[in-house]
Design a protein around this ligand. Structure first.
Ligand SMILES: Nc1nc2c(ncn2[C@@H]2O[C@H](COP(=O)(O)OP(=O)(O)OP(=O)(O)O)[C@@H](O)[C@H]2O)c(=O)[nH]1
Ligand SMILES: [Mg+2]
Ligand SMILES: [Zn+2]
Length: 311
């Protein structure tokens, strides 16, 4: 077979394309091109390690595969990093939706960490209190979120089993934005997605129980279009840990916006707000203006971060 070469510039533009990563399965990705085609893509080298939401330049390999040559500049990247590994959640996210529920019980620590990760990456965040139809746990869940609500984090109560309600409460919030659903397993992220994008038919626990599969229902991250809101919604697997080892001390501080004013009163410019004399944060804590739970979370994150750097 003879391959006829086109003039070089045309050839280059024919063989490469820009697209968006819509799904990540370990080392291979699904990339959507402008014309709507979906290609299975592999990264070429470490620099091409992409995540869902990334814009990428790929070289076409045959009709439906490609190699990711370059990840285009990101506006932000949300990720976690524990002792052993780091995991990218998504890139170019406009709004993080942290999903908690009246049951099973959610972790305040993990919820707080997700919000710190968003804050330090400059990503807006909101909390969704799902399963509001299960009245028994509703007051307790509300009470546990009250501290975060007081910080100005929007809290949206709803039931994902009521699609009309989900539409009414979420469409205005997600309009025109790329939104990431994040939360522990079983909180109802995929059920919410299905309420907004019925064609997604994402597997939920209700199905996987019937199939007898394991604890986590969603096993990979995927981006879906919500045409009614001109938005994108990313569903992700439930998380059980949320290390923030990659953050600098300054970035950790930025994850606690309620410290901001108090920090201006710290005597030392490199104050860590734990034991230093003349610390504005400790003074605000004493006056009850900063919650002890939030300060404790700050200290845990900082301590983990320091033990990582000590070797
Ligand atoms: N009563 C009630 N049940 C819900 C609601 N939303 C979800 N569920 C149920 O909660 C269970 C878990 O829902 P999923 O959507 O699979 O949860 P998930 O957050 O996607 O879980 P992972 O994929 O494992 O992270 C399923 O049995 C859902 O039917 C709700 O608003 N009310
Ligand atoms: Mg799921
Ligand atoms: Zn201080």
């Amino acid at each position: 077979m003879t391959a006829t070469r086109r003039p070089s510039s045309a050839s280059a533009s024919c063989n490469t394309a820009e697209g968006r990563v819509v799904a990540a399965h370990g080392r291979h990705y699904e990339v959507e091109l402008a014309d709507g085609r979906h290609l299975k893509c592999f990264p070429r080298g470490k620099k091409a390690l992409a995540t869902v939401g990334d814009r990428v330049r790929i070289s076409l390999q045959g009709a439906d595969e490609g190699a990711i040559e370059q990840v285009l500049e990101r506006s932000n990247l949300l990720y976690r990093s524990d002792d052993m590994r780091s995991k990218q959640f998504a890139a170019n996210v406009d709004l993080l939706l942290v999903v908690v529920a009246t049951e099973p019980a959610f972790s305040d620590d993990l919820t707080g960490r997700a919000l710190v990760a968003a804050g330090s990456a400059g990503i807006d965040a909101a909390l969704i209190l799902n399963k509001a139809d299960l009245a028994a746990g509703l007051d307790a869940a509300r009470a546990r979120l009250a501290g975060l609500a007081a910080l100005g984090v929007p809290v949206i109560e709803l039931s994902a089993l009521d699609p009309a309600q989900v539409h009414a409460r979420l469409l205005p919030l997600i309009r025109g934005r790329t939104c990431l659903l994040l939360g522990q397993s079983g909180m109802g992220k995929s059920t919410l997605l299905n309420a907004l994008v019925p064609e997604a038919q994402a597997a939920t626990r209700a199905h996987s129980q019937a199939l007898g599969t394991g604890r986590h229902t969603t096993t990979s991250t995927r981006l879906y279009r919500v045409p009614e809101a001109d938005a994108d919604l990313i569903d992700s697997p439930g998380f059980q840990a949320f290390g923030l080892n990659h953050l600098s001390a300054h970035e950790i501080e930025q994850g606690f916006p309620e410290f901001k004013q108090a920090i201006e009163h710290c005597r030392y410019y490199n104050c860590t707000h734990r034991h230093e004399p003349g610390c504005g944060v400790l003074a605000a804590l004493q006056r009850g203006e900063i919650s002890p739970e939030r300060h404790a979370l700050y200290q845990r994150i900082l301590a983990e971060n320091e033990s990582k750097n000590r070797y």
